[in-house]
Design a protein around this ligand. Structure first.
Ligand code: ATP
Length: 576
């Protein structure tokens, strides 16, 4: 799942900043103002102790107080500004990552599986910005500036500040080395538990019906306990470092007060400088303290960022493809070899086939022979292992999914519908005339079934559904979705599997009618009734593809009658 090597601490912060460039300069601007104005309090104290107490001027005190309060108002506005910008940046980053995630989801079948964990990672990174945990990293570069002021107050106070800051940096670096591996392991185990829980939630029926509850639960619990154990270990070390950083910071402030006191006794600094020095040192060390204190959080965000990687933050140029007209109904599978995503070996060896509009082709083959894989490749969901799929002269895989989609109808093996109404699902979640939706439903034989539902075409599917649809109802609506918009290429994977005889006959008749009207229809099936209506069979045998006339093939099923399927040729429809 990890697609980029782990980035260094500053490396990942830089790449995060590069994802939201428009926000970085204004946040930096507000940070400069806020950090400069952090000097107001120490400066005020310096003036009160060293000037007002000696001069006794109440007027000066009033003016000093008014100006300080005004400047602190500006400080508050700058703080609000940078926090608000960090929140806005988190929303922008979330949008960029989500957009890219769905682009990759379309381009790469493997990405679909990773989406739940990627969404969790995105939430972590978004939280890093929206919870303002990023701001100490902006404050950190001001530490030398504050330490320089300590040197101006007195070299001894500056030296204590400098040594203190270096000590805190050593604590931060050691904390990273000591906790990173454990915290990462804990987070990875937590992700495993999350994925197992997702799997369990999808398989409730199997778990309950076959008494898998105890086994499944104890497996989940053991992964979680393991995750918690590792997290507790990492947490212990992290807490020790965070407490050390806090204590060291307070000790240093005491040291500066002590040193300031000694210097004041010798009249080398003013009394006001003692308090001011302590406050300024606190400001210099605060970001390091906050970073060390939130180390666990930072480790988990780094893990998320490493996984999301550069490709999720790149803003791709807007697509400039000119939408193409309706393609001619000619499908060419040109030296096409098929393999599941990420597989190194072809499941189906290269073959050539040309299918013209009007043809109804059935795809046959034993279980696991690659029928679904072939169909997934033909409709553009999977990339070919080698070769090309060309529809109407255009390479299907080089054709943007949204432009190609209206000309392709696909009924996958396990039809799943999207959350929304039945009408929206049939209209492929786009805008459509009601007539076109109803026509597709009528052709699929789903119209009467839909009208029998309480809310008809407005019946909701998904989490807000009042009543879930049956497998057969879902399949018919999936078929209506495939027919919507008169696609040129209609591809169906076991379309009659969940249907009763009447619905199955309707579907088969409508497939035939579609082919007769000029579409290319390819159906993977074990249903003899479909083969009987088809012109050609395409059979997968031991990784090769052969073709035969459907009627002769059916005849060959009777022992010693008719030929076996032949090597491939052109499949000519009736209305080529
Ligand atoms: N998404 C996937 N990733 C990796 N391998 C896969 C994927 N889908 C299928 N396969 C593998 O490809 C092979 C062919 O599967 P496929 O689903 O194409 O067969 P099929 O002929 O449609 O089977 P069935 O008749 O059971 O539906 C199987 O060995 C399967 O494990």
């Amino acid at each position: 799942m990890r697609d980029t090597p782990s980035l260094s601490m500053m490396g990942w912060l830089k790449s995060l900043a590069a994802a939201i460039p428009t926000y970085i300069a204004p946040i930096l601007g507000f940070t400069i103002v806020a950090n400069l104005l952090l000097l107001v309090s120490p400066f005020y104290m310096l003036q009160v102790y060293d000037r007002i107490l000696t001069s006794g001027s109440i007027d000066t005190l009033i003016w000093l107080t008014v100006i300080s309060i005004f400047l602190l108002g500006i400080y508050a506005a700058a703080e609000v500004g940078r926090r608000r910008l960090a929140t806005l940046a988190s929303v922008e980053l979330d949008t960029i990552i989500s957009d890219n995630m769905f682009t990759h989801f379309c381009d790469d079948p493997q990405e679909a599986v990773a989406i739940p964990s990627r969404l969790r990672y995105t939430a972590r990174v978004k939280g890093f910005l929206s919870n303002q945990a990023i701001l100490p990293f902006f404050d950190l570069p001001f530490a030398p500036f504050f330490i320089a002021i300590l040197f101006v107050i007195h070299p001894l106070i500056g030296t204590i500040g400098l040594i203190g800051a270096l000590l805190m940096v050593v604590i931060a670096v050691t904390a990273e080395g000591a906790t990173r591996a454990t915290l990462l392991a804990a987070s990875q185990k937590d992700s495993q538990a999350f994925e197992l829980a997702l799997g369990l939630s999808r398989q409730r029926s199997a778990i309950v019906s076959m008494g898998l509850t105890e086994g499944a639960l104890s497996r989940w619990k053991s992964i979680r306990e393991d995750a918690h154990g590792t997290a507790l270990n990492g947490g212990k070390t992290e807490v020790s470092f965070a407490s050390s950083a806090k204590s060291v910071r307070q000790m240093l402030q005491i040291l500066v007060l002590g040193a300031g006191g000694a210097l004041a006794v010798r009249q080398q600094v003013s009394p006001g400088a003692i308090v001011a020095g302590s406050i300024i040192l606190g400001r210099a060390l605060a970001p390091i303290d906050q970073i060390v204190g939130g180390w666990k959080n930072i480790t988990s965000i780094r893990e998320a960022w490493d996984d999301l990687g550069e490709r999720f933050i790149r803003v791709d140029d807007a697509r400039t493809d000119t939408p193409l007209p309706r393609p001619e109904p000619i499908l060419v599978l040109d030296r096409l070899a098929i393999a599941p995503p990420a597989s190194e070996e072809a499941l189906i060896r290269p073959f050539r086939l040309q299918v013209q509009g009007g043809a109804l082709v059935t795809l046959l083959g034993p279980i696991g022979s690659g029928k679904t894989s072939l169909l997934q490749t033909v409709v553009g969901a999977w990339r070919p292992f080698s070769g090309k799929v060309v529809l109407g002269g255009r390479d299907v895989h080089a054709w943007a999914s949204d432009d190609r989609g209206p000309y392709v109808g696909y009924v996958p093996q396990g039809v799943e519908l999207l959350p929304g109404s039945i009408a929206q699902n049939i209209a492929r979640m786009g805008k459509a005339e009601p007539e076109a939706i109803i026509l597709a439903a009528q052709e699929a034989g789903a119209h009467d079934m839909i009208l029998s539902l309480k809310d008809g075409y407005d019946t909701l599917i998904g989490p807000s559904a009042a009543v879930p649809l049956s497998a057969g109802q879902t399949q018919l609506i999936g078929y209506a979705r495939a027919l919507f918009g008169e696609p040129v290429l209609l591809v169906l994977d076991e379309p009659t599997a969940n249907l009763d005889k009447g619905s199955a006959q309707h579907v088969i008749a409508s497939l035939k009618a579609k082919a007769d009207r000029g579409a290319i229809v390819i159906v993977a099936t074990h249903d003899r009734a479909v083969i009987e209506q088809s012109d050609t069979v395409l059979a997968i045998r031991e990784g090769g593809v052969v073709t035969a006339d459907a009627q002769r093939y059916l005849a060959s099923l009777v022992p010693s009658a008719g030929p076996e399927p032949q090597r491939l040729s052109t499949v000519q429809g009736k209305t080529a």
